[in-house]
Write a new protein. Structure first.
Length: 398
């Protein structure tokens, strides 16, 4: 990383199953209040609990201030991006700005409703296909926050997607190509994703239990979260507060399997070690780990082993999976957990790990089930996706 042009985190925005904004999410984490329950708006025959945001598309459109014909992923994305960028509207003239957004669902919540019409050769409402592709979510979001003319791109690397948007945004700032980047992601629940994960047999019929010996799988969720990254120049012009700094990041791939991590978490190790090295930190400098922690047998075991290997010779700090609060939000997960990492630094607390009764017997450490008030300078945030796409961010006190 070019230390002379670091990427500062100056704004954050989020909507998830535990809150409509940053303040509500922070309160829910503090109160250990999860948002996982039976689905209300997702129409499905499967009784799996999900981290659903309790608004209809029409209600979300009113909150976002946009048309109700937008797909749900776009509505969530716009709400979170507006919250993150609102303090800087009108202050960025002359700055090179960009929008990098991630998702895996795109406009599928609308387009999948056309399946029966297609199968039965009935008339179709083609407007529901307008925003099907992932890139359309980025375009709608950029337009809604007034950056339709800014450079933008989309990333879809499964569950590491939005962590990779933050990584790319930081690189562009460090290289002097952009001064300000709104980076993050969104995903809504859809039949396709719920059915797909069900076919993999990795959904828990009860509330998920990450890192528990008797874990049965994950709970899907929906969310959107964004961070505003700025160069020193942009900070000076906008008068922004430096809430945190992205001090290190890395992406790695062990190419082990389409959907499973390697048993010893090789890709996970490479990502964590690479992020630490780029930040110029030792494992002992990490004060809190926001785990990927999905609740599946494979993920938790491989991530746990990888952490043991990366932190060998060091005391493993407090660690927790906040997916037990929000559900696994897929393309939004990395940015959701980046926001939670910034909040941990600002509040100087670790977030407690929920619902763990029996720690994994094969590991020599376990997540912290209690919130711990302590000096937090550096947070390691893990995001590991299908296809072995593993990313880790080090978010530090500015």
């Amino acid at each position: 990383m070019n230390k002379s042009t670091p990427a500062y985190i100056t704004g954050i925005g989020i909507i998830s199953a535990i809150g409509d904004n940053v303040a509500e999410n922070c309160t829910a984490l503090t109160e250990e209040r999860a948002g996982i329950a039976p689905a209300t708006y997702l129409q499905t025959i499967h009784p799996f609990p999900v981290g659903e945001i309790r608004y209809s598309n029409e209600e979300l459109a009113k909150i976002a201030g946009v048309l109700p014909t937008f797909p749900r992923t776009a509505l969530l994305s716009i709400i979170a991006a507006k919250e993150a960028f609102a303090p800087f509207i009108g202050k960025t003239e002359g700055l090179k700005a960009g929008v990098i957004s991630a998702n895996t669902v795109g406009g599928m919540d609308l387009s999948e409703t056309m399946f029966e019409s297609v199968a039965e050769r009935k008339a179709m409402d083609k407007r529901k296909l307008w925003y099907h592709e992932c890139g359309s979510i980025t375009e709608l979001t950029a337009y809604a926050i007034g950056l339709e003319d800014a450079w933008s791109t989309s990333i879809s690397t499964a569950c590491s997607s939005s962590a990779n948007t933050i990584m790319l945004g930081a690189q562009l700032i460090e290289q002097g190509k952009l001064d300000i980047v709104i980076a993050g992601g969104a995903d809504s629940l859809s039949k396709f994703t719920l059915n797909g994960f069900n076919s993999l047999m990795i959904l828990d019929k009860e509330l998920c239990r990450p890192f528990d010996e008797n874990r049965q799988g994950l709970n899907l969720g929906e969310a959107a979260a964004y961070v505003v990254l700025m160069s020193e120049r942009a900070v000076a012009q906008t008068g922004a507060a430096k809430r945190a700094i992205l001090s290190g990041y890395a992406n790695a791939n062990d190419a082990h399997h389409q959907t499973a991590s390697s048993p010893d978490g090789t890709g996970n190790q490479l990502a964590m070690a690479g992020a630490l090295a780029q930040a110029g930190l030792q494992p002992g400098d990490i004060d809190y780990i926001n785990l990927h922690g999905t609740g599946t047998a494979n993920n938790d075991s491989s991530e746990g082993i990888a952490i043991e290997k990366v932190f060998e010779g060091y005391t493993i700090p407090e660690a927790s999976s906040t997916k037990a609060y929000t559900g696994h939000t897929l393309g939004a997960a990395g940015s959701v957990e980046a926001v939670f990492s910034v909040l941990a630094i600002e509040k100087q607390v670790t977030w407690p790990h929920l619902r763990m009764q029996t720690p994994i017997s094969s590991l020599n450490w376990q997540p912290s089930t209690q919130s711990v008030a302590k000096p937090i300078r550096n947070v390691l945030s893990n995001s590991f996706g299908f296809g072995g796409n593993c990313s880790a961010l080090v978010i530090s006190k500015a």
